[in-house]
Write a protein that binds this ligand. Structure first.
Ligand code: SLL
Length: 259
């Protein structure tokens, strides 16, 4: 195998990793451990969704042309928590009762001559909700805990977009990647926005069904960052003014004391 690398090249592949979860039906509950309430599918998928397959987030492409194996390290309450998946789809489906963190390791085909990539994902089975401040912003006092009832949803989706970047890829691997261009994401939104803590609006408007990753998300993220910068600058100016005023007061008192 040629080890010659193509210098000065960066090539990437968009992926998503995460999970979808549904409540078990009464019939399904009879077939699993008594305390299990949900079924979830955890996986690493291509970011583009399958046209016409409304129930799945992402996964339009078979990524085994560059991924050799994905291992998922589940919670120790699961039998054989180290799940090794060496053919597509790179997914694990299980039932359970709780949420937990999973370590995901993606191993590439030998031509890549790359170290495995490690990712972390928190398996979500319960409805997304925004963390509520535990103090009252008006009084500054702690708020009594008031659990908000969450609307029951058909399914919960928690997927993270990422890009695997290969720098100076070996020639053979570069050729393989070029033979498999990724399916471009849709430019505009056709379905729901994937819920993400970094985008509170995506969680507030969660009822719009199975989410889909789009090119519009990148632009919206940039707009959110711009907006956040603006808000920060405004707050900095405000606090600077407050400090100046306080300083003036201090100076006034000091002058008064000196008399
Ligand atoms: C914790 N978040 O940190 C919890 C752990 C574990 C979930 C959740 C099924 C395991 C089984 C299952 O849902 N485990 O089959 O017994 O304590």
């Amino acid at each position: 195998m040629s080890t010659e690398r193509v210098r000065g090249i960066q090539i990437h592949r968009p992926i998503i990793y995460g999970n979808s979860a549904v409540l078990l039906t009464a019939n399904e509950r009879a077939t699993v451990a008594a305390d299990h309430t949900h079924r979830w599918t955890l996986g690493v998928r291509s970011a583009a969704s399958v046209e016409g397959r409304a129930e799945q987030v992402g996964g339009a492409e078979d990524m085994s042309y560059f991924i050799k194996r994905v291992t998922f390290k589940l919670h120790d309450t699961y039998p054989n928590p180290n799940r090794v998946v060496d053919k597509p789809p790179f997914e694990v489906t299980e039932s359970g009762w709780g949420e937990f963190s999973v370590q995901i390791q993606i191993t590439f085909i030998p031509e890549a001559q790359e170290k495995p990539v490690r990712l972390n994902h928190y398996i979500r089975i319960h409805q997304w909700h925004l963390p509520e401040p535990f103090w009252d912003p008006d009084s500054g006092l702690p708020k009594p805990a008031a659990p908000t009832p969450l609307p029951q949803q058909d399914s919960v989706h928690a997927w993270q977009y990422d890009e695997i970047v290969f720098t100076d890829p070996p020639q053979a691997f570069f050729d393989i990647l070029r033979q498999h261009p990724p399916i471009p994401l849709p430019k505009i939104r056709r379905k729901g926005v994937p819920p993400n803590i970094a985008n509170p609006q995506s969680i507030a408007s969660i009822s719009r069904g199975i989410p889909e990753f789009t090119q519009a998300m990148e632009r919206e993220e940039a707009e959110r960052l711009d907006q956040a910068k603006k808000t920060l600058t405004e707050q900095l100016i405000k606090y600077k003014q407050m400090m100046d005023e306080k300083q003036k007061e201090v100076d006034k008192f000091k002058a008064g004391l000196a008399v």
